[in-house]
Each structure stands twice: as C-alpha cells, then as structure tokens.
Design a protein around this ligand. Structure first.
Ligand code: SF4
Length: 327
C-alpha cells in the first residue's frame, strides 16, 4: 500500500441484530436467569458462531433434536421456527418448551396453514435444508412444494394451476426471489401472492444498504456465519451491486491481508441479522489499523421494531416478579 489519505470505510445501516434475533438471544439469557442452567436449545438459537459460543458458556446446551433433551427439562426452539411434529414430540417427552420462533416466521407458518386449509398448492421459495424451510414445510407437508431459486421453476408440478400460491423464506435475496416469482407466473398465470411480504423488513433493509454502498466499494466485508442465509445473501447483493470483491467472515481475524490490495480504497462493511455489533467493531479496528480510519455511514432505513419475549417466559418472569413484590 502506498498512501493512507484516500482510504475510507462505508458502514452500512442498518446492519446486525434484527428484532427476532435480539428477542431470541435475550430469551435464552433470561431463561438461564429464571430457571438456571442448563437450558436446552434445539438447533443454533440464531445462526452465529459467536452468539452460540457465548450462550454455551452461560449454560445453554444446543442439541439437534428434542430426543437428546432429558425428560422434564426445558427446551427452547430457535428463531427459525419448527414444524408442528417437533412440538408434539416435545409434549410426548414431557419437555417444558419456550418457543423463540421469530414472529415474522410464525406469520409465514400461519399463511401456510391458511392456504393449505383452502386447498391451495403452496410453492415455498427457499433454500433446501434450511431450518426455516423445514419448519414451514412441516405445517402443511402435503400442500407445500419447495422452489429453490429461479432454475428450479421448470421442475415444479401442481395439482390445479388455478389454485396456486407462493410463499417464501424470510431471509432470501429480494431480487432473486422476484425473478423466481416472475418465472413462476409465466408458468402459472393464476399464481396468487402472499398478503404481505414474507422476506422480512430486516433482510430487505440490510440488502438495500449494501446496494447503496456496493457500486462504490472495492471490497465489501460482511460479518456473519456461513450457515446464516441472510448474511450470505449480503455477499451476493454486494457483488450484484458492483462491489469488486465481497467476503463473509465470522471474525476480524478471518480477514485475509491479501484482500487489501493497493487498488482497494473503499471498503464496505456490514453484518447479517444474527451478528452482534462487537464483531463489526473488531473489523473496523482491524481496518483502522491498516489506514482505513475514515468511516462514513450509508443509511438505507431507520429501524425501531421490537418483539416481546416468548409468552411462556413472560408468564414465568411476571409470576417471579409478583412473588418478589409480595415478599
Ligand atoms: S431475519 Fe427477519 S425473520 Fe429472521 S429473525 Fe430476524 S426479523 Fe425475524
């Protein structure tokens, strides 16, 4: 590198924690305080290594399935949602459950149930194997067909072309999803759209901010984990918006010095919806140490949405507060 004068960082806003992730992480922390360790959590509460490791240290135990949870224990379901069969299995095993499914995922589950009741064929746009897709599909397995991107559209078959609706995973690329919908509409002109967007506000806002910075950025660093769908989409959106390079890192220590060639003058920084701000701060420090001290905010939206804690937890926290007040 030759000069430090023209180096700058474009910092996306909004970035990082969304309301659903914030709620899920606080739910585990509050549950640990209220009931004591261990609290079992089915699957990663949110798709972020740092968050999972931090909660493990506090006493959370992450399991793949409810049959790994000892009978009578407390199990929390992750923000991505679960199929009804998982609730049934937990009940059979006499587990106390706390459901931290994001309310915006629950909204999609309810849409699936409603359209299945009306006997629609439901085309669920999403990534095969993603936990959210497995959970949503489980609401109406006989009615739901997964459509994994535009190239999957030609494989879709339905029972009645006049009664088809599309829904989607909450964390997809907005543009790619609309391309999939357009192709589906060409095949099924009567295709019905969901009553409101399934791709959530947080996913859309983070992608919009990256679009604003993408064209100006020589390099975009997205902080997030490899299994985080919305974080991976941010890398794709950055490249689509014109960034010369974009990479996903869990931690600042994963940034490769070789990415900062002499030509790199503007670095975009953002983070997925499951990423705590401390990890972004570490990336900014890493960049500052290499001459990128000038940080400009690139703002796409204001966010003020919050969700209340899962109802089972709220009930027990209220009861505990009342007990304490009584004496
Ligand atoms: S990314 Fe969206 S759907 Fe997922 S937890 Fe956050 S707010 Fe909820």
């Amino acid at each position: 590198m030759t000069s430090t004068t023209a180096r700058r960082v474009l910092l996306a806003a909004p970035r990082g924690y969304c309301a659903g992730v914030d709620r899920a992480v606080i739910a585990v922390e509050k549950a640990l305080e209220q009931y004591g360790a261990p609290i079992y959590v089915r699957h990663e509460i949110v798709h972020n290594k740092y968050v999972v490791q931090t909660l493990e240290k506090k006493g959370a135990i992450f399991v793949d399935e409810t049959d790994e949870v000892p009978e009578g224990s407390i199990v929390m379901f992750s923000a991505h949602g679960v199929a009804p069969t998982v609730h049934e299995e937990a009940e059979r095993r006499k587990l106390a459950t706390i459901d931290a499914t994001c309310p915006l995922v629950t909204k999609v589950h309810k849409e699936a149930v409603r359209f299945a009741k009306e006997d629609y064929d439901i085309l669920l746009i999403g990534h095969e194997g993603h936990e959210e897709v497995i959970g949503t599909s489980g609401e109406a397995p006989d009615h739901i067909t997964l459509v994994d991107g535009p190239e999957d559209v030609d494989n879709v078959t339905v029972r009645d072309e006049s009664k088809v609706v599309w829904l989607s995973q909450t964390t997809l690329s907005v543009d790619e999803t609309m391309e999939t919908v357009d192709r589906l509409k060409q095949r099924f002109p009567a295709l019905v759209s969901p009553p409101s967007d399934d791709i959530c506000y947080a996913t859309q806002n983070r992608q919009n901010a990256v679009k604003l910075m993408g064209a100006e950025a020589d390099l975009v660093i997205v902080v997030g984990s490899q299994n985080s769908s919305n974080s991976k989409r941010l890398v794709e959106v950055a490249l689509g918006a014109g960034a010369k390079a974009a990479y996903l890192v869990d931690f600042a220590s994963e940034i490769d010095e070789a990415w900062l060639t002499d030509e790199v003058r503007t670095v975009g920084v953002t983070s997925g919806a499951s990423v705590p701000e401390v990890l972004v701060e570490e990336v900014l420090e890493w960049l500052a140490g290499r001459g990128f001290t000038d940080v400009e905010l690139v703002k796409a939206a204001e966010e003020s949405i919050t969700f209340s804690l899962p109802k089972e937890l709220r009930r027990d926290l209220r009861a505990e507060a009342a007990r304490k007040a009584a004496g």
